[in-house]
Design a protein around this ligand. Structure first.
Ligand code: GAP
Length: 512
């Protein structure tokens, strides 16, 4: 896929009521978006798919919904006040600000592209007999680029780990990275910038307390760890899941809903015995990848990316990346967070956050595996994977969202062939019977062909057409989105045919 397709997806999202720019009539607010009438349905279905996979399928995972505002000391304890920073650099000519790490990552990606193009060219030239591994090990141009890449990458990883801002700048200079706008290399020093939004709580300026909009939902889980454990009589290992808004003052906010300033997270903290965390990390890694793959978009669209730089709280971390139209990008992070957060909250709050393990007959601070996925990124990956432009017979084209039926905003469209002769009334009667089971839409405007196209474009898996025969024998034509085939079925069979295929239960059952 290409940037071109990405632009089409963005305009498709707007045209069909999935995603709008926030405050659009005031020219928008950068990196903030609203979900429209179709978008909210898809988003809710994604959240349900995640929530049910956590709290229905795991007896030992429960959910909470904690507040966005929390005591400010929480962010001191979590390390966000001191360490939740991005390294920023300005170009003196364009006056534009960039993340230094992103400039270097983009540069590395360009070298990867060069290598991959060389490999692709050779694969075409040699055909069946092509040995890619051998080619990568011996081709001088590939080797030269790979060595260059590895050197930069090693310097970059070390600079990040050491928080060495001067070295980050030096890498940018040594790699001759230019500002895409001014085309110059006139860079400032690299500085740290905290990503948390702050506001004031309380009525008077003097008495007001500085509070933050949470940059992750996880801390709401940590500070409620004992509340849930005690009131729910939870035994380790157990998990707490939460879906909610998070806020980050992102500097490089780009690529539509990929990087937003207000977004939503689905996080689960899994509390385990110290020493068992890496086994659980491996288990959750596999479980989460299976959850993604069960959507059926193709296993090749996902990969793990293990972290070079571990966050201040982690002893292992990986990302699940998805092939977005602009390349493989992080959708979910899985982290082994040790006992960092609970221990730190113990220290700052002065309250014990330990668990008494009846099997071991001792108390300890549990270790934590976290799975953290952005709803909006999941939304973007889903729409990108589902979006297809197809040539039909007779030279016509259609845009179709091949969404898994359980995620589709509308499950069934009911279309009277004409707006008279009692057909609209019959169509409404069908909807009135089925609307308790799943989301239906009535549409009588334009030709039937146009109405099918509209439903394809929002991913509706089933359309039924009510015609004159319906009035005689209570049958309708059902049309399937993906194959575009049609068949005649009895109205009283519709619920059975559709309910099963659109049910979340059946999607959840496919998780390996
Ligand atoms: N509690 C751990 C944590 O917050 P993270 O890697 O910073 O880890 C987790 O974020 C997930 O949240 C990411 O994988 C991504 O899907 C989503 N996310 C993070 N920042 C985002 C942003 N600015 N816009 C949209 N989604 C974001």
């Amino acid at each position: 896929m290409s940037e071109d397709v990405f632009k089409k997806i963005v305009s498709h999202c707007k045209e069909y009521g999935f995603v709008f720019q926030s405050s659009e009539i005031y020219d928008g607010l950068s990196a903030v978006y609203d979900y429209g009438q179709m978008g909210v349905e898809l988003k809710n279905n994604l959240k349900k798919y995640w929530w049910d996979s956590m709290v229905l399928l795991h007896e030992n995972v429960v959910g909470i919904d904690s507040a966005i505002f929390m005591h400010p000391t929480i962010w001191k304890a979590s390390g966000h006040v001191d360490a939740f920073n991005d390294p920023l650099i300005d170009n003196k000519d364009s006056k534009k600000r960039y993340r230094a790490d992103v400039l270097i990552e983009d540069h590395l990606a360009k070298i990867d592209d060069k290598i991959n193009k060389e490999v692709e060219k050779a694969a075409k030239r040699f055909g069946e007999s092509f040995d890619e591994a051998m080619f990568r090990q011996t081709n001088p141009r590939v080797l030269e680029n790979q060595t260059k890449r590895d050197e930069i990458h090693a310097r970059f990883a070390k600079a990040l780990n050491d928080s060495n801002l001067e070295e980050l700048r030096q890498i940018i200079l040594d790699c001759e990275i230019v500002d895409p706008i001014s085309g110059t290399r006139n860079w400032t020093d690299v500085r740290q910038f905290n990503l948390m939004f702050a506001t004031e709580m309380g009525s008077t300026a003097d008495g007001a307390m500085k509070v933050y909009l949470r940059p992750e939902t996880a801390q709401g889980i940590f500070v409620n760890f004992l509340n849930v454990q005690k009131t729910g009589r939870m035994k380790i290992p157990f998990g707490i899941a939460q879906i909610g808004k998070a806020f980050r003052n992102e500097i490089v906010a780009r690529q539509f809903i990929f990087r937003m300033r207000e977004f939503e997270q689905m996080e689960m903290q899994f509390f385990v015995r110290p020493g068992e965390e890496l086994d659980w990390f491996a288990k959750w890694k596999e479980a989460r990848m299976n959850w993604h793959k069960s959507l059926g978009f193709g296993d090749h669209k996902y990969r793990f990316h293990d972290h070079d730089k571990l966050a201040h709280y982690a002893n292992a971390a990986t990302d699940i990346e998805f092939e977005m139209p602009f390349g493989f990008k992080e959708v979910e992070g899985i982290h082994s967070r040790t006992d960092f957060d609970l221990s730190s909250h113990e220290k700052y709050s002065g309250k014990k956050l330990q668990y008494f393990d009846p099997e071991l007959n001792k108390s300890y601070t549990p270790y934590v595996i976290e799975t953290s996925i952005g709803v909006d990124r999941m939304f973007l990956s889903t729409i990108s994977a589902a979006y297809a432009e197809e040539e039909l017979e007779g030279g016509e084209t259609r845009v179709v969202l091949r969404l898994p039926a359980a995620l589709a905003p509308i499950k069934l469209a009911v279309l009277p062939l004409v707006k008279k002769d009692g057909l609209p009334e019959k169509a409404r009667e069908i909807i009135d019977n089925l609307k308790f089971d799943f989301k239906c839409q009535y549409d009588e405007k334009d030709s039937i062909g146009k109405r099918y196209r509209r439903q394809d474009a929002i991913g509706t898996p089933y359309c039924v057409t009510v015609d004159h025969q319906t009035l005689e024998d209570n049958t309708v034509t059902i049309r399937y989105r993906d194959s575009m085939t049609q068949e005649r079925v009895a109205i009283d069979k519709l619920s059975d045919i559709i309910s099963d295929k659109v049910s979340m239960k059946n999607l959840l059952k496919t998780i390996r």
